[in-house]
Design a protein around this ligand. Structure first.
Ligand code: F6P
Length: 324
């Protein structure tokens, strides 16, 4: 392997730039070339490439987003699209690929590897933390800190006005952000896709909290929760059943995806980038580089895609006890 391509794909996450930097610098360290591929797989199809030397990634370790831009490419889902992409890599003498993204991006990488026998390595980058084979994905820790900071601020005003706040956080299929940030910010209840609390149980818990003397409360809701109502419909429903509550809704949205990466995410990105490049140089392919028990570990891409990153049930219990 003489030249490695790197791209970011799917939803961006804080720490992606630190991972790009790590891949580029590890290539430079081993005296091989590195090519940045813009806009994920779409840029691969369009040949939107740029050579990257060690100095091209100065001053990005601290930056949110991705300097390579990101996209969700429909064309890459077609054989024709992937053939074009493969030809562009061959023309540019790129011998292997590092894909920084989530499970959709890894599915693309795996198909590409199967079709062309092309060496690929994945680095998990998504705030959702919903990837099997790593305890942390890039951006998860930063997103948690962002959410906790926001809820702390909401708590100030909630408490001044004796209000109940419903705070919606990201996570369309996974409740890791809601559960961890909910505990960190002292939420009364946490609604996640992995557990169907049911509306009755929610009302019951809010009644109990009122009766125990709490004057304000915060409920954290993952966008993919199983309650079957939008956060605004939920507000109406609680108001109808508990008119004593003055309720407000706050949807945190994409601010959770931005901002400077935490130190944890920067260190993680640096470690995963080194391992991704060095694994390719050792002839390995079709793996995701993750972190397990604080050790960098390889998981076959297939398992990373198909496996489930389980919710820690102990956290549900902790959350219950903390809301006493
Ligand atoms: O997968 C990351 C994520 O931020 C999810 O939590 C969220 O549901 C989704 O991306 C939003 O996607 P988009 O930026 O395309 O609206």
């Amino acid at each position: 392997i003489k030249k490695i391509g790197v791209l970011t794909s799917g939803g961006d996450s804080p720490g992606m730039n630190a991972a790009i930097r790590s891949v580029v610098r590890t290539c430079a360290y081993h005296n091989i070339e590195c090519t940045g591929i813009y806009r994920g797989y779409q840029g691969m199809i369009e040949g939107d490439f740029k050579e990257m030397g060690a100095r091209s990634v100065n001053n990005i370790v601290n930056k949110g987003g991705t300097i390579l831009k990101s996209a969700r490419s429909k064309e890459f889902m077609t054989v024709e699209g992937r053939k074009k992409a493969h030809q562009n890599l061959v023309n540019a003498n790129i011998d292997a690929l590092v894909v920084i993204g989530g499970d959709g991006s890894f599915t693309g990488a795996e198909v590409f590897n199967n079709e062309f026998g092309y060496p690929v390595m994945g680095i998990p980058g998504t705030i959702d933390n919903d990837i099997f084979g790593t305890s942390h994905t890039l951006g998860f820790d930063t997103a948690l800190n962002t959410v906790v900071e926001c809820i702390d601020k909401i708590r100030d005003t909630a408490s001044s006005h004796n209000r109940l706040f419903l705070v919606e956080v990201m996570g369309r299929d996974a409740g890791h952000i809601a559960l961890n940030a909910g505990i960190g910010a002292g939420a009364e209840e946490i609604l996640i896709p992995e557990q169907d609390l049911g509306l009755e149980r929610l009302l019951e818990s809010l009644r109990k909290s009122k009766a125990s003397g709490k004057s304000s409360s915060i409920v954290v809701i993952a966008e993919g929760d199983k309650i079957g109502k939008s956060v605004f419909e939920l507000k109406d429903y609680i108001e109808e059943n508990m008119p004593e509550y003055d309720i407000r809704v706050s949807v945190l949205g994409h601010m959770q995806r931005g901002g400077a990466p935490s130190c944890f995410d920067r260190v993680l990105a640096s470690r995963l980038g080194v391992k991704a490049v060095e694994s390719l140089l050792e002839g390995k392919s079709n793996f995701m580089v993750g972190i397990l028990n604080d050790k960098v570990a390889l998981t076959p891409l297939e398992n990373a895609i198909k496996g489930h990153s389980e919710i820690d049930r102990e956290l549900l219990r902790v959350s219950d006890i903390m809301s006493t």
